[in-house]
Design a protein around this ligand. Sequence first.
Ligand code: HEC
Length: 126
Amino acid sequence: MKRALPFTAVLALAFGLAACGSPSSSTPSDLPPAAEEGRQLSKNNGCAGCHGSNFGGGVGPTWQGLSGSSVSLANGEKVLADRAYLIESIKNPNAKRVAGFSSAMPAVSLTDDEISKIVDFIETLK
Ligand code: HEC
């Protein structure tokens, strides 16, 4: 019985630590679950290759501060980057081309649920 208490304490500590780390990533994330899934989806579907490893932009525009901003389109219009715009931009990249980008974004086959999670993630990048 004397060893029972420390053992339980060690066990509790081990479980506590395991719960903190996400299995697929070494960087701890305090994102809500859906947004965290969106972040993983963005890494796994090549989005980061063009939008930057930290989504700060590259071949494609930055996602930092994108949500809620005013985007200038290639046709001269300005649109509010609300949820509907972000979803459309992912589903149908050529529907509204962002001004100033010579390369086009490829269409990707993602489910509506996956797109919704990616948008949840983009919305956290204020
Ligand atoms: C080959 C490079 C490339 C890849 C891969 C790519 N994008 Fe893009 N993306 C672009 C470019 C270039 C633009 C801007 C031109 C345009 O609107 O098509 C853009 C625009 C966007 C926009 C609108 C941004 C704004 O400023 O209004 C969103 C949202 C977006 N991409 C999301 C995604 C997501 C999600 C993925 C992965 C599933 C992805 N992109 C993969 C190149 C890429």
